[in-house]
Ligand binder design. Structure first.
Ligand code: PRP
Length: 216
């Protein structure tokens, strides 16, 4: 093992990154540079521990990890499933818990039950496709959106949506509900397949330390 090499972490921007840094602090990994909100820097370094961190758009995190630009990535399970990259998924970090669901107005229940050819809007077309085609064996038309997916049924773009539900308040405030649950989600740690061999010791140590901190 070479300690001269930096171990590089790609973190999904936003809520998960903040929680990730809090968790890392518990195991003695800090990156003061990253806390400076004014900074426009993209890469942050902890020289002492030979660690590098960068923030990326969530869906890009598995890409950086697959290609080895980052050894380790922290990102939501939703993104891991949607991107389907060749990476090892090594640890469920337990935070950022939510659910991937089929949602819509109550009247759409009937359409789901009778396996009608419905329109499904989603930011997660691969997850939606896998669920309807491979699990439910229902032919549907999938429409990719980039956010505010709840608009789909409201403006009659789609019959239902496949989206993340956390508190359920976005659905409630828009007269929609969970119709079917696809899977639970949370933040996960992924590792590049080559790094897992080359940096086995450092990465295993990190995983064990994180597991210990998560138990507390
Ligand atoms: C997510 C998701 C839902 C909402 C669910 O959207 O797509 O819209 O949060 O949370 P809730 O159940 O607590 O209401 P996000 O805020 O990421 O924005 P987006 O609509 O642009 O994807």
């Amino acid at each position: 093992m070479s300690t001269d090499r930096y171990l590089t972490f790609a973190l999904g921007k936003g809520r998960l990154a903040k929680k990730t840094l809090e968790l890392f602090e518990k195991i003695g990994i800090t990156c003061e540079e990253m806390k400076d909100k004014e900074s426009r820097k993209l890469i942050f370094v902890n020289e002492k521990l030979k660690l590098r961190f960068f923030l990326a758009k969530g869906p890009d995190v598995p890409t950086y990890v697959e290609y080895g630009a980052a050894d380790v990535g922290i990102v939501g399970k939703d993104t891991i499933l949607e991107e389907n990259r060749r990476v090892y998924e090594v640890l469920d970090l337990g935070f950022g818990k939510c659910r991937m669901c089929v949602c819509g107005p109550e009247k759409a229940k009937e359409l789901l039950m009778h396996h009608e050819r419905i329109r499904v809007a989603s930011k997660y077309p691969n997850i939606a496709k896998d669920y309807f085609y491979n699990k439910k064996h229902q032919t549907v038309d999938i429409i990719k959106l980039n956010g505010s997916v709840e608009l789909g049924p409201l403006v009659e773009l789609s019959d239902v949506i496949v989206d993340i539900v956390e508190t359920g308040s976005t659905l409630r405030e828009n007269g929609l509900e969970v119709l079917e649950e696809i899977c639970p989600l949370s933040a996960c740690m992924i590792v590049n397949q080559v790094s897992m061999q080359m940096e086995k010791e450092r990465i295993s140590h990190l995983i064990n330390a994180l597991k210990g901190a998560l138990k507390k």
